[in-house]
Design a protein around this ligand. Structure first.
Ligand code: 3SL
Length: 244
């Protein structure tokens, strides 16, 4: 297995694809996807475009579907939910299909959706992602951070580092063989620096600050927890994620 980290969709190569892509948007899209599936949602359909989401979700009954998403961190007008993972309780999402649009996470997903295997990861389900990679042993793994409108986001790269570090600790593969680019080394160092205090760095970073401005401290607390859910979202068809 060879691991590569790309901080944003824009920095991800366009001329090839990995055997497995791991899409990461800790604040908050991939945290929300994991939480919704864990709470019993049947599937999450991810869209970068609001009109397309409305068009496709129209073919599902209102009892069966939930429209969720954000622009600028706030709920899209007329939608059922915003992009807070805390809204995805079993009472709300069980048995439903979540049609989700977000600013960056869904774009990152689109960028690698043609890869043979696509999973999503966040800090809350890091161990499930690691276990899947160790079990399936894809030759090339790209961990793609979502960033914010083309800019690097520290929380996504820290999560990629958390995954890479755990794979290194659990496999007998030497670093030189396992690490595919310098970003992997940087991501692991970043995670090591903050691993005991992820909430602090989430409160400091630009997107954390944006969410705090929207009263999002409870979301930051939730998203900063490690390995609390044993669930792995996997892409069944482009843009559609189900429980592995
Ligand atoms: O950009 C995204 O994909 C979102 O996760 C951003 S937010 O945290 O919902 O504002």
């Amino acid at each position: 297995m060879k691991l590569f980290v790309y901080h944003t969709p824009e920095l991800t190569p366009t001329d090839l694809l990995p055997d497995c892509a791991v899409v990461i948007d800790v604040l908050r899209a991939t945290t929300t996807i994991a939480t919704a599936l864990d709470a019993g949602a049947e599937a999450v359909h991810a869209f970068s475009n609001i009109e397309e989401l409305i068009r496709q979700s129209n073919s599902w009954s209102t009892e069966k579907r939930l429209r969720a998403g954000e622009r600028g961190g706030e709920k899209v007008e007329g939608f059922d939910l915003d992009n807070s993972p805390l809204a995805c309780t079993p009472e709300v999402v069980k048995g439903k299909r979540l049609f989700l649009t977000t600013t960056n996470g869904t774009r990152a997903l689109q960028r690698v959706e043609k890869s043979p295997q696509v999973i999503t990861a966040a800090q809350i389900n890091r161990r499930a992602a690691v276990n899947y990679l160790l079990e399936t042993q894809p030759k090339t793994v790209w961990m793609v951070g979502s960033g914010w409108q083309g800019d690097y986001s520290v929380e996504d790269t820290a999560c990629a580092g958390a995954i890479a570090q755990s794979i290194f600790q659990q496999s007998a593969v030497p670093q030189l063989e396992l690490f595919g680019n310098d970003e992997v080394i940087g991501a692991i160092s970043l995670y090591q620096q903050w691993q005991e205090n992820l909430l602090n760095v989430f409160r400091l970073c630009s997107h954390g600050q944006r969410l705090l401005g929207l009263d999002g401290d409870e979301d930051l607390k939730y998203c900063s927890q490690t390995d609390i859910l044993d669930i792995l979202p996997i892409q069944r068809e482009p843009g559609v994620l189900v429980k592995y």
